[in-house]
Design a binder for this molecule. Structure first.
Ligand SMILES: [Mn+2]
Length: 320
């Protein structure tokens, strides 16, 4: 297979994959395409693994990191064409590091599908247009008050069904296939079952998080140990967004993973990047994302040490 499409396994990432394939690679779909799903924190490893070479490599909706820049440079020689499309604020400063061989399509718009809509020369059809709107809402845009209920159902079912297991490539392909056939995923039984399961888990996770959290003025902080963070894996970002909306605060969610600590930040007050930056500068680690949603990845440390340090050095609270 000579054309590979690698995309972020979230709501706007999968819609970007659909729209890109539909508009530029339709003749090759499905059997002539290698489709892979990834996440920003492991994109460099995944791309290294899947990039066996061919005519074209397309990367959609993945925030750039120094590691990813290095990997893209090292694999770009294996392809005739490498295309990088993204909307994350933190990618902007790294784009100039991508060698001229990599075609960069970047704009700080709400979602990657919105960027695609601007690039595609011809007008979108109503179905495509609706999915671009869905992607924008998934990425934090406030829906218009007169919005069609079916659009909100799509937001909910796509976001939740993916969150149940964001690494499940088989399901991602299933969703892309529904979109390629202009179906409503919100009406599909497989998608609905997954969304329902995810919602049940999300309810439990929100309960765990709100019972055991720390309030510091405009910030709410919560934490998950390794076993909890495994149990709720894909739902953590969604939960942080929900908490931030419910309490109208910026949310800092610290979780332990096998070999690292990940801090997820959500903010309706648009200070997620500032918080990430100060966490990364006080604790070390890489951060990425945008003003409403971002994350920091820190090396393996005891969870309580990281939490203490954020409380003291970032929130500047005196807890004695
Ligand atoms: Mn995304």
């Amino acid at each position: 297979m000579s054309v590979s499409v690698v995309f972020h396994g979230d709501c706007d990432g999968i819609i970007a994959a659909y729209l890109y394939i539909k508009r530029y690679l339709k003749d090759l779909y499905p059997s002539g395409l290698a489709i892979a799903v990834t996440h920003p924190w492991r994109a460099h490893t995944d791309i290294k693994r899947v990039a066996s070479g061919g005519s074209e490599l397309v990367i959609l909706d993945i925030a750039l990191s120094d590691k990813l820049v290095d990997i893209l440079e090292s694999v770009s020689g294996r392809y005739k064409k490498v295309i990088f499309l993204d909307h994350h604020a933190t990618s902007e400063q790294l784009i100039k590091k991508l060698e001229p061989k990599i075609k960069v399509l970047y704009s700080k718009v709400t979602s990657t599908p919105r960027l695609l809509a601007q690039i595609i020369g011809t007008p979108l059809n109503p179905y495509e247009d609706m999915l671009v709107e869905v992607a924008d809402i998934c990425e934090g845009k406030t829906p218009r008050s007169d919005i069609d209920k079916s659009v909100l159902n799509l937001v909910d079912s796509i976001r939740m069904s993916i969150a149940l297991d964001p690494g499940d490539l088989g399901f991602m392909k299933y969703l892309i296939d529904l979109m390629m056939r202009s179906k409503y995923p919100s009406q599909d039984p497989v998608v609905r079952l997954r969304a329902r399961r995810a919602k049940f888990l999300l309810g439990n996770l929100l309960r765990v998080l709100s019972e055991d959290s720390l309030d510091a003025g405009r910030v709410k902080m919560a934490f998950l140990n390794l076993s909890l963070s495994r149990a709720f894996a894909g739902l953590i970002g969604v939960a942080a967004t929900e908490l931030s909306k419910t309490y109208r605060k910026s949310v800092i969610l610290v979780r332990e993973e096998q070999d690292k600590i990940v801090v997820t930040i959500r903010s309706t007050r648009r200070d997620a990047l500032n918080i990430s930056q100060s966490i990364a500068s006080s604790l070390g680690g890489a951060y990425g994302g945008h003003a409403e949603a971002s994350s920091v990845t820190i090396g393996k440390e005891p969870l309580h040490k990281v939490v203490d340090s954020i409380v003291k050095n970032v929130l500047k609270l005196d807890v004695s």
